[in-house]
Design a binder for this molecule. Structure first.
Ligand SMILES: *Cc1c(COP(=O)(O)O)cnc(C)c1O
Length: 354
């Protein structure tokens, strides 16, 4: 619960958490070695643990989730290949055009509700085998959908897509930045979600509350190829067990508690739904994110963001009228009360000024 300003409620993202004292202890006491040489026992243990969790042969520890996505794309795709993903995918909008800049692959964004598309959408997106067409290569699914409000992909929808993708010889890749949120929200096991995918990764700094790192899993051959890119891009590390220890600690202590984040998100949504000037669909709050629209208040989201900041409440914007609040390890029910009453005051004032 270490925050620079203890009076601030920070709902900008689940990445703002600080390592707990238990996590810091695990990090301090970690056995370490030279990771590049395969000598770091804690990194090796984390990779085995995640491979096991996801039902894959092997895994590799990387500095970030973005590098997990980019290395997977680099291994799976050749220049001129095409990736099918949701229009709101992190891969499209938040990775500095990595697929184009690094792998030479283009991503086609499927227009869909909350980042969840269908097998029919994939069928319609697969290119004909023509010399002048991009070669469809990869289908990417984000679990949960970040810009889709934390929406959870359900297993039948994934299976239907995998069937179509594999029929067409396409590879399946899961951006599982918040896969464990989906696991806790749905009761479906991580390995079941991961089974239809050739590659899948989890992010450690999101809901799991670690400082650094992502773990990418797949077949042993795939992970071998990933290692070449890890070296090439400068992602091979030395005594990385110091940070891998946080991952092992989090998988032990911070998974089941994600249910608390989902409960606080729902509590926040219930409060916000009562505030005049806010539009919000409670049924869309499935995990730890609350997206809401402030258009009816007549004040732009950026302005509301600034006024909230002056009241020590930090909530991000995702557009002119939309805001995104994310719950996490460092947010309790009291913080939710503070945040929602600050929003109520800001919006009341906004209406008076109008
Ligand atoms: C955060 C995030 C990433 C990138 O992970 P980093 O560890 O921040 O590089 C990728 N995809 C999704 C859906 C994310 O939320």
């Amino acid at each position: 619960m270490a925050q620079s300003n203890p009076d601030t409620v920070d709902l900008r993202s689940d990445t703002v958490t600080r390592p707990t004292s238990g996590m810091r202890r695990a990090m301090a006491e970690a056995e370490v070695g030279d990771e590049q040489r395969g000598d770091d026992p804690t990194v090796n243990a984390l990779c085995e643990r995640v491979a096991d969790l996801l039902g894959k042969e092997a895994a590799v520890f990387l500095p970030s989730g973005t590098m997990c996505n980019q290395i997977a794309v680099l291994v799976h795709c050749r220049p001129g290949d095409e990736i099918i993903a949701a229009d709101v995918a992190h891969l499209i909008g938040s990775e500095a055009a990595g697929p184009a800049a690094l792998a030479g692959a283009q991503v086609v964004g499927v227009p869909c509700e909350r980042g969840i598309f269908t097998a029919a959408d994939v069928e319609a997106s697969v290119r004909a085998l023509k010399r002048n067409a991009p070669r469809s290569r990869l289908v990417e699914i984000e679990q949960t959908v970040n810009a889709g409000g934390g929406a959870v992909w359900r297993l039948p929808a994934i299976h239907a897509i995998a069937q179509v993708a594999h029929q067409h010889g396409l590879i399946m890749h899961m951006d599982g930045a918040r896969l464990m949120n989906a696991v806790v929200a749905s009761g479906t096991e991580a390995a079941s979600f991961a089974a239809p995918f050739e590659s899948v990764w989890i992010d450690l700094p999101k809901g799991l509350g670690c400082p650094i790192g992502g773990v990418l899993a797949g077949s042993a051959d795939f992970i071998d190829e990933c290692w070449r890119w890890k070296h090439r891009l400068g992602g091979a590390m030395r005594q990385a067990g110091i940070v891998a220890a946080a991952g092992l600690y989090a998988l032990e202590h911070h998974v089941e508690r994600l249910a608390d984040d989902h409960a606080t998100a729902h509590l926040l949504a219930e409060h916000l739904a009562e505030i005049p000037g806010i539009r919000l669909d409670l049924s869309e709050v499935e995990t730890n994110m609350v997206f809401f629209d402030v258009m009816v208040s007549g004040t732009e989201a950026y302005e509301i963001e600034a006024r909230l900041r002056s009241k020590n409440v930090l909530i991000g914007t995702t557009g002119k009228t939309r805001m995104r609040a994310v719950t996490h390890l460092d947010v309790g029910a009291g913080d939710i009360k503070l945040a929602s009453s600050a929003l109520a005051r800001v919006l009341k004032k906004a209406r008076v000024l109008k």
